[in-house]
Write a protein that binds this ligand. Sequence first.
Ligand SMILES: C[S@@+](CC[C@H](N)C(=O)[O-])C[C@H]1O[C@@H](n2cnc3c(N)ncnc32)[C@H](O)[C@@H]1O
Length: 213
Amino acid sequence: MRMRTRGHLEERLESCLDMTVTGEGPLTLPHPLHVEIGCGKGDFITETARRHPELNYIAVERVSNVIVLAMEKAKAAELKNLRFIRGDFAAAAERFPDGSVERIYLNFSDPWPKNGYAKRRLTHGRFLELYRRILSDGGEIHFKTDNRELFEFSLATFPENGFSVGEVTFDLHGSGFEGNIMTEYERRFSAMGVPICRLVAKKDGGDKSARAH
Ligand SMILES: C[S@@+](CC[C@H](N)C(=O)[O-])C[C@H]1O[C@@H](n2cnc3c(N)ncnc32)[C@H](O)[C@@H]1O
């Protein structure tokens, strides 16, 4: 079964070419634009794009046999406002002009629990610097995770890197929050009884280095 669903990867990627952002160099982007980094199999971003035809979405995912499932879902739903970038966000970020993104979604990002791998966490200062550059003034990062350690790490890194943190909850599903769209990982962890953490980090105005001194 697994073979059949994931089979013919190259052909399937090819048939989703019209769902991808192509070309090289700086991107010409629609506005307003929301970006999900690490979209996995795409349940969250396809449903979000379906509910908001007035907004534009780009989903970035580096694993080919996962992003192909997301692209196939978006294609089947005939979503005109969602496109995909296959590859690592650190490289893709270079193509986004300054201030071109209104919102970034980070959903269940890999926690990289060992301290030696902290730089790989998508909420490490190294990535927050990239997000600050591509986000518009007042732009936001919406972050959900099941991983308490990653969440607490992020509660520290956002303010250290020019973001104000709000809407913090350690139990999203018990918090009364309305309109939540579940991801594949969220469904899996909440079925196991693991509480889901969520926050919104808003880009502060001004120069981060100037404020730090
Ligand atoms: C734990 S999964 C969560 C998937 C999905 N967001 C969900 O909640 O079900 C994290 C995903 O992020 C992707 N990812 C991690 N780092 C990435 C990066 N730097 N660029 C693009 N994708 C990345 C991984 O390949 C993986 O599919």
